[in-house]
Ligand binder design. Sequence first.
Ligand code: ATP
Ligand code: MG
Length: 247
Amino acid sequence: MLIPKTHPKAASLYIREKLVKGYRSGLVIEEGLMAHGRGEAFDYLIGEKTSKNALRALKEAAKLLLLAKSPVISVNGNVASLCPKEIVKLAKVVNAKIEVNLFYASEKRKKTIAGFLKRNGAKQILGVDPRFSRKIPRLDSARRIVDKRGIFSADVVLVPLEDGDRTIALKKLGKKVITFDLNPLSRTAQAADITIVDNVVRGMRILIEMSMKLKKKKLVADKFNNKKNLSQALVEMNNNLRRISYA
Ligand code: ATP
Ligand code: MG
C-alpha cells in the first residue's frame, strides 16, 4: 500500500504497515495484530506524541538499564517487526542481552524472529536454544520457558508490549521490570516497576538517546513512583479528551 506523506495519519499507517509486513513474513501472529489495535486506540488518547510522564519514565528506565548487572531485552513478534534496529542499538548502548520470548510460543516463529534480528545487526539472540531453557515457576506451559543465560538470571528485564501474567511472574521472581505499554490500565502497566506509556516506535528511539547521554554521567537510581506516573498518564489522557470535547 502506498501511503501519501501528507496523509493526516501517515505515521500511524507506516507503523501499521510494518506490522502487516511482519505478519506476512511470519514474525507476528493474528493476536499480535489485535494487540496493536488496542495500542493504537490509546495512542489516539495521548495525541500520538511522547508525553511528559513518558519522558520521566524513559529517563528512569535508561538509568535502571545502565545500572543493571545483567539487563535483558525481551523481544516478541510485534516489537521485532516495529523496531529491530532500535533493539540492537539499545542492547549495545546499555550492554544488554536480547532474548526472544513469545506469549504464543512456536519454535519456528522464534527462529524467524532471531534471524530477522540478526539481519538487523544482532550478534547473539537468546531464547532459541532448548539446551538453555529454564522454567518460570507457577506459569503454565510454553509461556514460562526462559533462557538460563538471559531472563532467568537477569536483574532488570525490559519487556515491551507484554502480557500481564508474565509480567507478574517476572516480578515474583524478583526481577525489576520495565515495559512499554500504551494502555496505562493493563495488568502489565500496573505490575511493572517502570511503565513507559508511549508507542514503542517513538519511545525506543528516545530511550537510546537518553541512555547514550546518561552513560557518560555518574548515576544513582531515584525512587520512582510508577503508580503516580501512571495516574498522571491517565490525567493527561483525560485532559486531552476534555480539551477536544470542549473545543
Ligand atoms: P495485560 O495482559 O497486561 O492486561 P492485555 O491483555 O490488554 O494486557 P496484551 O495483548 O497482553 O494486552 O499486551 C499488549 C499490550 O501492548 C497492550 O496493553 C497494548 O495496548 C500494548 N501495545 C500494543 N501496541 C503497542 C505499541 N506499538 N506501543 C506500545 N504499546 C503497545
Ligand atoms: Mg494479556
